[in-house]
Write a protein that binds this ligand. Structure first.
Ligand SMILES: C[S@@+](CC[C@H](N)C(=O)[O-])C[C@H]1O[C@@H](n2cnc3c(N)ncnc32)[C@H](O)[C@@H]1O
Length: 273
């Protein structure tokens, strides 16, 4: 089925309005290919017909399905490992030191745009290893959010095929995963207990969290956002970062330094000032 200029424009501005993703001309064939299946299975005669169906669907489900098709969910365990090294060598020792001085016991990390769960489960493994025996006395938790229901379902199920496990060190695999008869691996309950999955659109005006986070991972989410959307999101993330806390973004992303909200620490690592 042909995706006309007008149809591409209608669909891309809808996607942009809803989730901030900018679909440039280069993404046109990707959009056509991904939506082709939806059009066929839904019996739509054209992209225009599909578009009208989405905007008339008051349940919002059709719109969510569109976002699911369009967003890129690629992720893997221990992606951009330097960030986890930074957590172990800098951020967590800083938090422990502060907690020794104040008697506080809370560690809160947010994985914003968590996709199918590999990022928050990696964080959970790092936290467990770092806190070791102390984890019993430390209230450590990870909030993991995404706009897409389908990736969240996978994340909550916590079952991954063997090829996804290649990046997980063997000792961690043994401690935090159970092999299943069909060759897949299941995340153990002790890890699942540390992660709270929730659906959240980062474009929402307010996030309404009760507390602040010491560390926010928002990696490989903003790549497709335009400059204004990125700036708005950074301002919101800043509001929910504890003073002295960190924001980590993807290595191929940049933060508008003129905004002056975060202090640059090193590529893709920023500190709230
Ligand atoms: C490429 S994945 C990155 C996953 C992980 N952070 C990583 O770096 O491996 C991007 C994720 O951002 C999510 N996303 C895109 N736009 C979003 C929005 N407006 N609100 C929340 N999540 C969004 C997508 O659904 C997708 O799961």
């Amino acid at each position: 089925m042909q995706l006309t200029d007008r149809e591409f424009q209608l669909i891309s501005s809808l996607v942009n309005k809803i989730c901030g993703i900018t679909l440039g001309e280069k993404k046109r064939s990707l959009v056509a290919a991904r939506l082709q299946k939806v059009l066929l299975s839904g019996g739509f005669g054209s992209f225009q017909e599909y578009y009208e169906y989405i905007i008339q669907d008051t349940s919002g489900e059709a719109l969510l399905n569109l976002v699911d098709q369009i967003s890129t969910n690629h992720t893997y365990f221990f992606r951009e490992k330097e960030h986890f090294d930074f957590l172990i060598n800098v951020a967590l020792p800083g938090i422990s030191e502060e907690q020794r001085n104040t008697g506080r016991r809370k560690v809160r990390i947010w994985s914003a745009g968590c996709s199918s769960g590999e990022e928050p489960y990696t964080l959970a493994m790092i936290l467990k290893e770092y806190l070791g025996g102390n984890s019993l006395h430390m209230d450590a938790g990870i909030l993991a959010t995404d706009i897409s229901f389908s990736v969240l379902e996978t994340a909550m199920a916590g079952i991954y095929p063997a090829d996804k496990m290649l990046q997980v060190p063997i000792s961690y695999r043994q401690r935090y995963f159970s092999p299943l008869k069909d060759g897949n691996w299941a995340v153990k309950q002790c890890l699942k207990d540390m992660v709270l999955f929730r659906r959240l659109n980062l474009m929402s005006r307010e996030f309404r969290f009760k507390g602040l986070f010491q560390v926010i991972f928002c990696r490989n989410v903003m790549i497709y956002f335009d400059k204004a959307t990125r700036r708005e999101l950074i301002e919101k993330l800043h509001r929910y970062t504890e003073p002295g806390g960190y924001l980590l973004i993807g290595h191929s992303e940049t933060l508008d330094r003129e905004a002056g909200l975060y202090k640059y620490i090193k590529p893709s690592v920023y500190k709230k000032i």
